[in-house]
Design a protein around this ligand. Structure first.
Ligand code: PLP
Length: 482
């Protein structure tokens, strides 16, 4: 693909209208501030520009164009209507510093109700919407746990327990908050090893970070026992709720015994995940951590909505973002929740788990090996290609790249680290059965190719604008003009 500048034709007039009529024109700018040379823009017609960018957009995989079963990411359909309503100028046109009493009751009411909805969904009593990513929500959660122990004068608690199945952001968060990380192994069924947990708990334990369902795609069945053990040792429980799709509207982390939860709006609640776009990672807490919530928070006062003041929250861990966080993402989540309602939420979880279990069963029947053969899938599940790798001399990465030629974005590869040659597959609730069946057929066809012509996989992809990339170099030294 050539750069748009290379398509420019000398002397042709630029097709774009740079300053719309009615806006200040060049003449309105003081003489000494005006450009003396023309902007070096490519000279192309409007149609050429449209074609260029449309073609560029089609060189990538996206949920709009492809099945995208990337595990631990929830690449589901994000309804356009949520976006359209969240972008109403009455909502996002407001200046963040405008007085809330006269300009902003609508926005604050929306944020207040979103706080309430997230509390209800998780079984918690307080919420702050301010963190702007999952990892920042984790940071807020562990900083609150630290503040809780400090407020009680309990200075000995210097360790956070993290199961080996955890998302990489969990240990990173604990270290950022000044804690030592102690890893807890999983057993062969994917559950936390309770003997190892018992041995690790002590007066040095500040808390544990858990995901349930875990990143191994299974639901931790003894979560209440774990909660009791950790609480009895004086620690608190942090729930990584980045992926809520399997349990939303059905199981509350508060009922499992957790003290704090973060939620990724940019996975479960109608904002696309990936590409480094804006996100939101609100935190919700139980009674013990309520005083420590980050600001700002919206409160309702005799029918009026306002920000909680700093004087009213002296133990707050402080502010994490400018103004009120990523407002566009939060408003989208609010509208998504209103659109689905209570019943819709439970249907999300029902169909997310139905699709995952259907796909898991179909792949097993087709002869693929499940990492946890005795377990039901949650919103995702893991298969391992270790026997294919051994028999045919191919790798999971070769398999994943060949899937692209078949028109499927690959599932997550080589994560979690505990399972060799693994694919973590998350179909989400928004796919139909026909798509899932096509995916199974492609998996079988690729396995056949692996047996007969392994080089076809080893050199894949064959049909995309670029062939196999050096992943590390592509990230560290990107050549965007090639
Ligand atoms: C995505 C994810 C995170 C991190 O979320 P970011 O918004 O990318 O920081 C944390 N934990 C789990 C389990 C995740 O899937």
């Amino acid at each position: 693909m050539t750069l748009i500048f290379a398509r420019s034709i000398e002397g042709r007039r630029n097709g774009a209208q740079l300053v719309p009529p009615g806006e200040p024109q060049a003449d309105d700018i003081p003489e000494n501030l005006r450009r003396t040379e023309a902007l070096p823009l490519p000279a192309l017609s409007e149609l050429q520009v449209v074609r260029h960018y449309t073609k560029l957009s089609q060189q990538n995989f996206s949920i709009d164009t492809h099945f995208y079963p990337l595990g631990s990411c929830t690449m589901k359909y994000n309804p356009r209507g949520c976006h359209q309503l969240a972008m109403l100028p009455q909502l996002i046109g407001r200046h963040p510093l405008a007085p809330v009493a006269t300009h902003g009751q609508g926005v604050l009411a929306s944020l207040f109700h979103l706080q309430e909805i997230l509390q209800q969904l998780t079984g918690m009593v307080g919420c702050s919407l301010t963190p702007m990513a999952g990892a920042q929500g984790e940071f807020a959660g562990i900083a609150m746990i630290r503040a809780y122990h400090q407020a009680r004068g309990d200075a000995a608690r210097c360790e956070i327990l993290v199961p080996d199945a955890a998302h990489g952001t969990n240990p990173a968060t604990a270290v950022m908050c000044g804690y030592k990380v102690r890893e807890i192994p999983s057993n062969s069924d994917g559950d936390v090893d309770l003997d190892a947990l018992a041995a690790a708990l002590g007066p040095q334990t500040a808390g544990i970070m858990l995901t349930n369902p875990s990143t191994l795609g299974v639901f931790e069945r003894r979560i209440e026992t774990i909660a009791t053990m950790v609480h009895q040792a004086g620690g608190l429980l942090y729930y990584d709720g980045a992926n809520l799709n399997a349990i939303v509207g059905r199981v509350k982390p508060g009922a499992m015994g957790f003290d704090v939860v973060h939620l990724n709006m940019h996975k479960t609640f109608s904002t696309p995940h990936g590409g480094g776009g804006p996100g939101a990672g609100p935190v919700v807490v139980g009674a013990r951590l309520l005083p420590f919530l980050p600001l700002p928070r919206v409160v309702a006062d005799q029918g009026q909505f306002r920000w909680l003041s700093e004087a009213e929250a002296p133990q707050s861990i402080g502010r994490l973002s400018a103004n009120m966080g990523n407002i566009g993402v939060l408003l989208r989540a609010y509208i998504y929740a209103l659109m689905l309602g209570r019943q819709g939420m439970t249907r999300v979880a029902a169909y997310a788990t139905l699709n995952a279990n259907y796909l898991q069963t179909q792949l097993r029947q087709a002869g693929f090996e499940l990492a946890f053969a005795n377990r039901r899938a949650t919103h995702e599940f893991i298969i391992t290609l270790r026997s294919e790798a051994k028999s045919y001399g191919i790798s999971t990465m070769d398999f994943a790249k060949r899937l692209l030629d078949y028109g499927f974005h690959a599932p997550t590869t080589y994560f979690p680290l505990l399972v060799a040659e693994c694919l973590l597959i998350e179909p989400t609730e928004s796919e139909d059965k026909a798509t899932l069946d096509l995916f199974v057929a492609a998996m079988c066809a690729i396995r056949e190719e692996a047996m007969l012509q392994p080089a076809l996989l080893q050199q894949a992809p064959h049909t995309l604008p670029v062939r196999r990339l050096d992943d590390v170099r592509a990230a560290r030294e990107p050549d965007l003009a090639a």
